[in-house]
Design a protein around this ligand. Structure first.
Ligand code: HAM
Length: 425
């Protein structure tokens, strides 16, 4: 026999026992988007490679090592999107949203692709929800962004999150910090791990992000970015922290927080969940005032965040944060004899047409097996049609919660079910 084909490494099939949780996450995101004034956009899954190399930055891990890039049949370099922010800004520019009342607040969701080493919470295809506010330089837009993400988790019943916030400065003050940090690292370069050594020249800020205990210890006394901020970045940061305190947000300043994407200016933040293990960021975001220019547009300030749905669901599962039960089928129609098949099919059709979920048996199972099936799918009412019921024009109506079964005229079944549905609301 030929070897069976499996899903590629780093991808997952989201099966029925999990997909309803995803639907719930998206439902909450959609409600939060509505309440906070974000409009949904659906953007392409692949883009010109240049969008990401120019937008995210050539020296980032994402662009250097993780993109799914290929040449298409028209000889263009195409990349499966590793994130949504660059596409959001591209779309804003392409559709002249700059001429709409500002800020323009967009949200979207869908699969992203990064060639990373798979582990719990880290996949090569994963899904994000992404919220962006374009056109506002006001630090209170940063506060709203962080508040939006926290509101999603609050409504999902997720708690115990750590909100970490930092400023990564701007092109004016970051070089000052960069050279201070480079001087510090340069003095002890040999003691850092190989990855940090390779980042020393090209992207020294990422050295602060190294999780290796030795490197972490070495950077404990490194210069901190908040000490090098220019006046504008400093007052922006102070306003963001004041705004967060004012709305009662539980957050902590983390002056070692740097993000893996190069477009960030000023605010950078992450939300961590203990349930996730080493891949503990459920959310990441910040401000990116120069991204629009980097991809060929005018100056458009922006701020936003993205959250991985796999990690949201893992956190919910870890915390037992579940809203109700997995949705099931309300009514099961049992055809207790072969002649009852047509009548059962017609009843199931009628029930569904009234917006009540219903199912029936197509496997010619015995009555007992059909009843077992009805309870395994969580049916609350079972309608039984056998030869006796066919003859008398009745249906056996069984309430699975009370266990009471009674014959009722076929003509009354729909009225009974509609009344039952109303009472259940
Ligand atoms: P990011 O930190 O790269 O930021 O990703 C955001 C979130 O996506 C992470 O916190 C995590 O929950 C999830 N995520 C990232 N990579 C993976 C993976 N390989 N497997 C599973 N989940 C993952 C961004 O993507 C920015 N575009 C966020 C942003 C929006 N900044 C401003 N606006």
């Amino acid at each position: 026999m030929m070897e069976a084909i499996k899903a590629p490494r780093g991808t997952r099939d989201i099966l029925a026992d999990e997909s309803w949780k995803w639907a719930h996450v998206l439902k909450i995101c959609r409600e939060v988007a509505r309440d906070f004034g974000y409009n949904e956009v659906l953007l392409p899954i692949f883009e010109h490679t240049e969008l990401f190399s120019r937008g995210i930055g050539d020296t980032t891990d994402v662009v250097e090592k993780e993109m799914y890039t290929f040449i298409d049949r028209g000889d263009r370099s195409i990349t499966l999107r590793p994130e949504l922010t660059a596409s959001m800004v591209r779309s804003y520019l392409e559709h002249d949203m700059i001429h709409q009342p500002q800020p323009v607040k967009l949200w979207g969701h869908g699969p992203m692709f990064r060639y990373e080493r798979p582990q719990k919470g880290r996949y090569r295809q994963f899904q994000q929800v992404d919220f962006e506010t374009l056109g506002a330089a006001n630090p209170l837009a940063d506060v709203e962004t962080i508040d939006t993400s926290m509101e999603i988790y609050r409504r999902l019943g997720i708690s115990n999150l750590q909100v970490l916030i930092n400023s990564v400065g701007c092109p004016e003050c970051r070089p000052v910090f960069r050279s201070a940090l480079q001087n510090f690292i340069g003095d002890r370069l040999g003691d850092f791990c190989e990855t940090c050594q390779s980042r020393f020249e090209r992207n020294p800020l990422r050295v602060l992000d190294c999780k290796k205990p030795g490197c972490k210890e070495l950077t404990e006394s490194a210069p901190v970015v908040l000490d090098s901020l220019c006046g504008d970045c400093r007052s922006h940061f102070d306003m963001v922290t004041s705004g967060l305190s004012r709305i009662g947000a539980d957050f902590r300043t983390d002056n070692r927080l740097v993000r893996g994407l190069d477009y960030y200016t000023k605010t950078a933040y992450e939300i961590l969940a203990g349930e996730l293990g080493s891949q503990n960021a459920v959310c990441g975001g910040g401000r990116y005032d120069n991204l629009a220019e980097a991809i060929g547009g005018p100056h458009v300030p922006g701020v936003g965040f993205a959250s991985g749905i796999e990690r949201i669901v893992l956190t919910m599962e870890g915390q037992g944060a579940y809203p109700g039960e997995k949705p099931g089928t309300c009514v099961y129609v049992v055809a207790a004899s072969p002649e009852a098949g047509l009548e059962a099919a017609s009843l199931v059709h009628e029930i569904r047409s009234k917006g009540i979920s219903a199912d029936t048996d197509y496997m010619n199972r015995a009555l007992k097996a059909q009843m077992k099936r009805a309870s395994s799918i969580g049916a609350e009412i079972v309608c039984i049609i056998g030869s006796e019921e066919m003859e008398s024009g009745t249906v056996g109506f069984k309430d699975m919660t009370s266990g009471v079964q009674e014959p009722i005229p076929r003509s009354e079944v729909m009225a009974r079910l509609t009344a039952w549905k109303e009472a259940r609301r």
